[in-house]
Design a protein around this ligand. Structure first.
Ligand code: SF4
Length: 519
């Protein structure tokens, strides 16, 4: 029989990638981008008699007193947090603590962590109760897995009392899991299936109320794999409920989420999403090369005018963040010219460019393994791959640098911002997004003026953009400001990339003798 009193929930560090928005957070004074929703969601599933303490190592230091207090440690991680997991597990072992791990990283690759005691893989709603039952009886197996998917209508409300929401740039919520598509580089369907499962709108409203009671963030992210995966439920349940909720919460922040590009051809859905408060959308555009879209099974992006679709989304009041990938087997060298041209003409100010990688659990991983092309390890750095590409490495490095230079450098970001501002139309909705100015915002503006408007080598672009739009409405000026601040993030990311290249010209692809195919 295991007697546990105190359980420590640990969230490992997220390295400096686009999604961590490290540089932007420094400017805006937040410690991290978003709170650890997975740990907050499993906390209410733990025995009521256990005392819980959550340490997000992105926002606070793990202290020896935390480790001395704990009887048991629970770690949740995504693949990108692997390095930090190894460091944390070592520290826990030094304190002779029992460790339990769950989340996508361990579901795919638990065998990489021999010193972790227990693994609760797949969806915790299914595997965690079974583990807890066995563990309390002193009869737990090392690994808990399932091939069934959880009923999200039974998922408990995340425990927001475990974190300080004021430390995060935005709040996070999840309505659905799963995606009907099967892009070969994506592990979503392996993890969550092809039939999107959803919570009831009442659960989401309760979560939103809980967030508002803790702290009114600038933005709430719906961390769904593809929010529009089940349009019927969205149109008939969630969106009407959100519209109603927004009318009762006049200072509710805007929403962000991930969607597939086919949103652009559904006017009713676009309008409902706008009424509900969705403004920021991430869209996986991936590539401008038709053959590569076909090759990676990104069917939903085929046979459509991607450029026109993106501009239509802008014209309907969405800010599109575009995901782009280079390094498909079928990519021709023309992609290095086409991709920046597309991005700049589309006005997608926030474009994330990645070298294609094959994460474990994907069809691409299976194929690369079969073809003996895998590298030794997967590093989730945007600029690195984990397999031997067909494009010769010198061509790839030269071309990739060319793409980044024409997308991330200040001159292009500001040009793109103007393109976006020319296309963008404020949505005609009953409830616009209202913002209450906080004292903290004055500091952010001061930092922006100092770091971007005075001490930055590209300061003239910043002032030019502001001057060009000085007669705009307050709403449009706030977008101009946001774009200027985002430019800072891109500038820093590009400088980091250049530094990586200087230190190791082949850092993006390992040298040939590293192709050992250890998997
Ligand atoms: S549409 Fe997005 S979430 Fe769905 S399989 Fe493709 S990449 Fe994954």
């Amino acid at each position: 029989m295991n007697k546990i009193k105190n359980v420590l929930l640990l969230y490992p560090q997220i390295p400096k990638t686009f999604w961590s928005m490290h540089y932007l957070n420094k400017l805006t004074g937040f410690k991290s981008s978003y709170p650890p929703l997975g740990l907050m969601t499993i906390a209410p599933m733990l025995p009521k008699s256990w005392n819980k303490r959550l340490i997000d190592t992105n926002t606070e230091r793990l202290k020896s007193s935390d480790l001395a207090w704990a009887d048991l440690v629970l770690i949740s991680a995504m693949n990108v947090q692997e390095k930090s997991v190894h460091d944390l597990v070592k520290i826990c072992k030094d304190y002779h603590l029992t460790t339990v791990a769950g989340g996508p990283l361990f579901t795919h690759e638990y065998d990489k962590f021999p010193s972790i005691d227990y693994f609760v893989c797949n969806e915790a709603e299914i595997t965690l109760p079974e583990f807890l039952n066995d563990f309390q009886q002193g009869q737990a197996r090392r690994i808990y897995q399932t091939d069934t998917f959880a009923d999200l209508s039974k998922t408990p409300l995340p425990d927001y009392d475990l974190i300080d929401l004021r430390k995060y740039n935005y709040s996070v919520i999840q309505f659905s899991r799963g995606c009907p598509y099967q892009c070969d580089f994506c592990d979503v369907t392996t993890l969550f299936g092809r039939v999107p499962r959803t919570k009831a709108s009442a659960q989401i409203i309760a979560e939103l109320n809980q967030i508002m009671a803790h702290f009114v963030s600038n933005l709430i992210l719906f961390a769904d794999d593809n929010l529009i995966g089940n349009k019927t439920i969205l149109k008939n349940d969630l969106l009407p409920a959100l519209v109603q909720w927004r009318s009762e919460n006049r200072f509710a922040p805007g929403f962000a989420t991930q969607v597939s590009i086919n949103l652009a051809v559904d006017d009713e859905l676009m309008h409902l999403m706008q009424e509900a408060g969705f403004r920021h959308i991430f869209v996986g555009i991936e590539t401008t090369q038709e053959e590569s879209l076909r090759h990676c099974n990104k069917k939903q992006n085929l046979r459509r005018d991607l450029l026109a679709n993106v501009r239509k989304l802008h014209a309907n009041g969405f800010y599109v963040t575009g995901g782009f990938i280079i390094g498909f087997d079928t990519d021709s060298e023309s992609v290095f010219k086409e991709m920046p041209r597309f991005i700049n003409e589309s006005g997608v100010v926030i474009a994330t460019i990645n070298l294609l990688k094959a994460p474990p659990g994907t069809e691409l991983f299976r194929r690369m393994k079969h073809e003996g092309r895998l590298l030794e390890s997967l590093d989730f750095d945007e600029n690195k791959s984990n397999f031997r590409t067909i494009i010769p490495k010198n061509t790839l490095i030269r071309g990739y640098k060319q793409v980044l230079g024409k997308v991330y450098t200040s001159r292009y970001v500001f040009k793109r911002a103007n393109r976006f501002l020319a296309d963008y139309q404020f949505p005609h909705v009953k409830e616009s997004i209202r913002y209450k100015f906080k004292p903290k915002d004055a500091l952010t503006i001061l930092r922006t003026i100092l770091f971007i408007g005075i001490f930055n080598k590209y300061r003239s672009n910043f002032w030019r953009l502001l001057l060009q739009h000085r007669k705009s409405t307050v709403g449009k000026l706030s977008i101009v400001y946001l774009l200027a601040v985002l430019n800072y993030q891109f500038q820093k990311m590009y400088e980091r990339f250049e530094k990586q290249l200087r230190e190791d010209p082949y850092f993006m692809v390992h040298p040939p003798n590293a192709y050992q195919g250890v998997y």
